[in-house]
Design a protein around this ligand. Structure first.
Ligand code: SAH
Ligand code: SF4
Ligand code: F3S
Length: 449
């Protein structure tokens, strides 16, 4: 579908729609800050924006297809209103399929990759002249230096410390869409963390496609890994909680494991994807670890921090996966007793080795396996919530609940906790966990600080 009116030359309002991982959420916030600098304001709730940025994800087929249906919807709404928005496609689909988007979707004015969005202002200038602009360069770390200072957000903030991936799991597009692994410098991260805290953040989640591959030089010029960065962040007053995601089993070091026992501000939670419980499948996936080595690693975390909540990612129906191999995955879930986990049907991605492997699994088989896996995961998540009942813990208040006087926040173990009382967003409240649900826990207030 084609727009029946031309987009505004100088947009006054914007909306950023981020899909996919938390890294995209972070990038979306930074793009919003960049537009704010240019005097473009967020579109009021319920109003059409002059500029819409679709910050896209390419990880699975459905995620990528969404872009085209979203563009279609925007054009339709614009035609109906007699006012077409300026449409920009950012994120991983922009990186992977930029040219195709430009060819297939004439309504799109800007295509900008995840490493190039600091150049959005120049691209908007081009669009103002009626030209279309594409930028999918990967100038490593340049974007962070070119972005404006952090603005006020909620009490829990994201901070991208590492980007890219060198692992090349055979099913995955990330090494192609985000490029090679790079780490942002220590001093920049400390400075950005300080800005986030000044803006009201109590909790910072360090982000990276392989966040535990972060390396840098600390303020004394010593080589530091993620554990060193976490120790330094923990020394900043006003920061109460530190989290990190996502890690790769092969980048774990002893210092990071030990940090879970040493740093009180580091929350007892670890998201460590494994994808499969079968060594043959793991090998075909090029994960470069075994089920056994993964389980041994988790034991070390449990030794350092006995109450640590564990989380993972799983793929069902990888090419060639047999019923027995799938059952190895179920066994792993039962052995680890995850507090939380994500599971996906394998999605063949263009250009990845697995897409052309023999033994692609029928959709009905994948559906059935996914259901069985999700039932096991749900069972353990509920059991984790039930086992936490009776404990008192801190909850960071993040938003209001459905009813007046209700609040929602996160426990140290990342459970959603709701409770009643006289509080404010950003409070750290001592809560007794009273009643477990499958996806959340009801709490009772003890005292607040
Ligand atoms: N770097 C992280 C996460 C990358 S993407 C890691 O390796 O852990 C997040 C999750 O999406 C992956 O952990 C995997 O479970 C899933 N995923 C990636 N590619 C996929 C594909 N082609 N089909 C289905 N799920 C996929
Ligand atoms: Fe993808 Fe594997 Fe890299 Fe994770 S480690 S981003 S799954 S290639
Ligand atoms: Fe998706 Fe890109 Fe993140 S593909 S999961 S948005 S790194």
């Amino acid at each position: 579908m084609k727009p029946t009116s031309s987009p505004p030359k100088t947009p006054r309002t914007y909306r950023v729609k981020s899909f996919g991982c938390q890294m995209n959420v972070y990038d979306g916030e930074r793009m919003a800050e960049l537009l704010g600098e240019r005097g473009i304001a967020p579109a009021p709730e319920g109003e059409e924006a002059d500029l819409v940025i679709l910050n896209t994800c390419h990880i699975r087929e459905k995620a990528a297809e969404k872009v085209y249906s979203d563009i279609g919807r925007l054009v339709k709404a614009g035609n109906k209103a007699g006012k077409s928005p300026l449409i920009a496609v950012a994120g991983c689909v922009a990186q992977a399929e930029g040219e195709e988007i430009m060819a297939r979707a004439p309504a799109v004015s800007i295509v900008v990759g995840p490493q190039a969005y600091h150049r959005l202002p120049e691209m908007l200038d081009k669009a103002a002249k009626g030209e279309r602009a594409t930028d999918t360069d990967m100038p490593a770390i340049a974007k962070f230096d070119a972005l404006p200072a952090r603005k006020k957000r909620g009490p829990s903030a994201f901070l991208t410390v590492q980007e890219g991936c060198d692992k090349f799991c055979t099913y995955c597009v990330v090494p192609y869409t985000r490029g090679a692994e790079i780490s942002r410098p220590f001093s920049h991260l400390i400075a950005e963390a300080q800005k986030l805290i000044e803006a009201g953040a109590k909790e910072i989640t360090l982000l990276g496609q392989n966040v535990n591959a972060w390396v840098g030089e600390d303020d004394k010029g010593h080589r530091a890994g993620l554990a060193g960065l976490i120790h330094a962040l923990a020394r900043i007053d006003g920061l109460e909680r530190i989290r990190y995601t996502t890690s790769h089993p092969n980048d774990m070091d002893e210092a990071l494991i030990a940090a879970h026992g040493e740093v009180a501000k580091l929350m007892p939670y670890l998201h460590l994807p494994v994808q499969s419980g079968s060594d043959r499948v793991l090998k075909a996936m090029n994960r470069q670890h075994t089920a056994e080595s993964y389980l041994r690693l988790l034991e070390k975390f449990r030794a350092a921090r006995p109450d640590i909540a564990l989380s993972g990612d799983f793929i069902v129906g990888f090419p060639g996966e047999t019923e027995a191999e799938f059952e190895d995955t179920l066994r792993m879930v039962d052995e680890v007793r995850y507090a939380h986990a994500f599971s996906f049907k394998y999605s063949p991605r263009p250009g990845t080795p697995a897409a052309t492997m023999e033994g692609q699994i029928a959709p009905a088989v994948m559906d059935e396996r996914l259901q069985r896996l999700q039932a096991r995961i749900a069972h353990h998540q509920f059991a984790f919530n039930q086992a936490s009942i009776g404990q008192t813990c801190s909850v960071l208040v993040e938003r209001t609940g459905k009813l007046p006087g209700q609040w929602l926040g996160k426990s140290p173990w990342l459970q959603s906790v709701w409770f009643e009382g006289d509080h404010a967003i950003g409070d750290l409240v001592e809560v007794e966990l009273a009643e477990a649900g499958p996806n959340s826990v009801m709490g009772i207030i003890e005292r607040s600080s």
